[in-house]
Each structure stands twice: as structure tokens, then as C-alpha cells.
Write a protein that binds this ligand. Structure first.
Ligand SMILES: Cc1cc2nc3c(=O)[nH]c(=O)nc-3n(C[C@H](O)[C@H](O)[C@H](O)COP(=O)(O)O)c2cc1C
Length: 224
């Protein structure tokens, strides 16, 4: 079993990467080989709408045809038994690089072909269980008020539809700055954020660890 973790935050060692790594630890505890990929290590492009993956007789095999630095990441995602994607909530959406990855991973696997009233699955019977982790400033109440699930949840829904299984975990009220007193940010209570980071964030880590374990179990169960 191979599980890859995609960090869609530019900040290494912060909230998103930490949770993706915990999910990978969970997968590793189930015997999976794991790898973490930081999407912001180099500039990446989203889908260019070349439609090579949609042309009749194309030989893309469901992997984006563009040969650039996203390609090795997509090959690993395609080969993986499970994929864990982490992203900060940026204005209600996944980060730009997360979106670039999602576009180029999912679009070549999204079928415009119908058979017996159903989309033809380009993965055939294969399921790639996916975990989607979002980190954010919002608390659960403002998450609802801002209707973030409509936009963030769309990514999870697309992972579910194309890959066959997906689940989502939200980490709320994350620690954004090391020193809130040095920032123009008095809408946040720095002490409260530090306290939450010490008390709630370890729970988020444990939940993501469990998600990693579940995804490996799902990969085994759904691909027998
Ligand atoms: C450009 C930008 C936009 C953001 N927009 C939102 C937002 O709309 N809602 C929210 O709850 N948090 C928002 N945040 C906060 C981040 O989602 C949050 O700090 C996240 O945990 C950062 O992840 P990291 O610590 O892994 O870098 C935003 C942060 C940045 C930098």
C-alpha cells in the first residue's frame, strides 16, 4: 500500500502540513508506505484545457498530458492506494496550488462518456480513497454562517465522485501567527488561539491519524 499526502499550504511545519503528516502516520501504522508532497515547493499550473485527456483514442491513461513539474506528483497520486490532501481555507476555497492539483488530478479521470445512463468510470472498478483536510481561522459557527461547506465541500464531493470514496476533516480556529501581539489582528484573541492549539489541535491530529488508518482500511476493503 502506498499513500501520498499533499500539503496545499505554503507554510511547512504549520497546521495543514502537521495534520497531513498525522494522517500519513495513521496510514503508516496500517503498514502503508507514505510520502509527503509540498505543493508550494515549486510553482505549479492548473488545467490548461488542452483536452488531450478527452480526445478519442488518447493514450493519457487518466494522467494529465502536460509534461511539467506537476506531472511526477500526478503520477504518484494516480498510483497511490489512497490520497490525503490538506489545504488552508482561503476565502472559502482551497488554496490556489491545491486547486491546481485537484484540477489536474481529477479532470483527466472525469469522464464525459455515458453508458446505460451512468458516467463511464475511467478508474474502472478501482477506488482511490481520499481524505480532505481543511484548516482555517473560522469556528464551526462562522463556518456554517459563511456557508463554507458549499465551496470547500465541493472539492470533497468531486474527490468522492471521481475517486470513489472521500471524507473531510475540518480543523477550526488554527494558530495563524506565532506572536499575535506583533500583528494587526485584534479580532483574534492570541492567548485563546495558543490555548486552543495546545488543547484542540492535538485532538485534530488524532482525528487525522484515525482518518489515515481508515483510508488504508477502505483501500483494502474497496479494491479486493
Ligand atoms: C490568503 C488567506 C486567506 C484566508 N482566508 C480565510 C477565510 O476565508 N476563512 C478562514 O476561516 N480562514 C482564512 N484564512 C486563514 C487560514 O485558512 C488558516 O490560518 C490556515 O490554518 C492556514 O494554514 P497553515 O497554518 O497550514 O498555513 C486565510 C489565510 C490566508 C493567508
Amino acid at each position: 500500500m502506498k499513500v501520498i499526502g499533499i500539503n496545499g499550504s505554503a507554510r511547512k511545519g504549520w497546521n495543514t502540513q502537521s495534520l497531513v503528516m498525522k494522517a500519513l502516520d495513521g496510514a503508516a501504522s496500517m503498514g502503508a508506505e507514505t510520502e509527503l508532497i509540498n505543493l508550494y515547493s515549486e510553482p505549479l499550473k492548473g488545467c490548461l484545457e488542452c483536452f488531450a485527456c478527452k480526445r478519442k483514442g488518447n493514450k493519457t491513461g487518466g494522467i494529465c498530458a502536460i509534461r511539467d513539474n506537476m506531472r511526477p506528483i500526478l503520477e504518484k497520486a494516480h498510483e497511490a492506494d489512497a490520497v490525503i490532501v490538506g489545504s488552508p481555507n482561503f476565502f472559502g476555497y482551497p488554496s490556489a496550488m491545491t486547486r491546481a492539483f485537484i484540477e489536474r488530478f481529477l479532470y483527466p479521470l472525469s469522464s464525459y462518456m455515458m453508458k446505460d445512463g451512468q458516467h463511464v468510470r475511467l478508474l474502472g472498478d478501482r477506488v482511490i480513497p481520499a481524505g480532505m483536510i481543511f484548516t482555517m481561522n473560522a469556528d464551526p459557527k462562522s463556518y456554517e454562517m459563511m456557508n463554507y461547506q458549499a465551496t470547500l465541500g465541493a472539492t470533497t464531493a468531486n474527490l468522492q465522485y471521481v475517486l470513489g470514496y472521500a471524507e473531510q476533516y475540518n480543523s477550526y480556529m488554527t494558530l495563524q501567527f506565532k506572536d499575535y501581539s506583533a500583528m494587526n489582528a485584534n479580532m483574534f484573541d492570541g492567548d485563546q488561539r495558543v490555548y486552543r492549539h495546545e488543547t484542540q489541535f492535538p485532538i485534530d491530529e488524532r482525528k487525522c491519524f484515525e482518518m489515515g488508518r481508515r483510508l488504508v482500511a477502505k483501500a483494502k476493503e474497496l479494491n479486493q
